[in-house]
Design a binder for this molecule. Sequence first.
Ligand SMILES: [Ca+2]
Ligand SMILES: [Ca+2]
Ligand SMILES: [Ca+2]
Ligand SMILES: [Ca+2]
Length: 297
Amino acid sequence: MIAGRRSVALMAFSVLLSVMVPGVSAQTTSLELVRYGWDNTTVAESTTVNVSWMKANLPVMGDEVTHYHFQGPTFIPTDLWNPAEDVNLDKINETVKGTALRDLCEVVGGMHPGDEVQVRAADGFKKRLNYTNVYTPPSRQGEPILAWWNARNGDEWRDGMRLFFLADTSSNPKGWHIFGNEDMRICLSPSYWHYFSDSETNYPSAAGLSISNVVKLEIFRSPNPLPLPPQQVIPRDLDRDGKCEDVNGNGRRDFADVVLYFNQMIWIAENEPIPAFDFNNNNRIDFADIVRLFEMM
Ligand SMILES: [Ca+2]
Ligand SMILES: [Ca+2]
Ligand SMILES: [Ca+2]
Ligand SMILES: [Ca+2]
């Protein structure tokens, strides 16, 4: 009787284990970096780095003292964003060290304004961040980093590499470093907000942005033309036919456009949306495009 009960218990336990084990998070230390070309399918540049390489080659973020929090859902339908930042603050609370997302993006050529970076976890969960939130983050958001160390576990942190924001204390009445729901509302565009939903309410939850066990960063190009080096001005499509004949963006068709196109032909082919500069419509950047551009002057 006892043996029977015990074997039933053992069976139940092993079933429980088989259900639980795949869900146990596993630390990641290797990171794939990918930057896509204008079509967001072709890979323009890619490489794989690991945490040891990051420590040796890129600045280490985090001072080993400061606690950084992400706020969870308030579960108060009348106070979804909680600008007072005083509810459910310990959902995520860690002292971390890591590498800036910006520095990791730069390893494969970096982001341009309008681009997005996608942060992907080992289990496929993913979130995107805009160029602005990676390269010029507001101080109440703070520098986004991939954290590979925490004070409780050191280098053996099961959640690493984990996305953290090194938020400042400006929006917290107690002077804590918290990326709260109101910070998320103000710093990120609505399409980047994270919600925790029950049957009745979508609760904003900044904590949902803190993806753990990250394995991949992918940079997706904005479909808009970029300024041609060394210009600072974006090329313009003066007659709205989808082709940017005003290559130097000075508002008119001129010989300088032809010269700039000629000098930067390789750069255009590698960095610009091809259809916008393919004047003879043969799906590539070539000398025939320069001839067409000259004729259009
Ligand atoms: Ca805050
Ligand atoms: Ca045009
Ligand atoms: Ca021009
Ligand atoms: Ca062409």
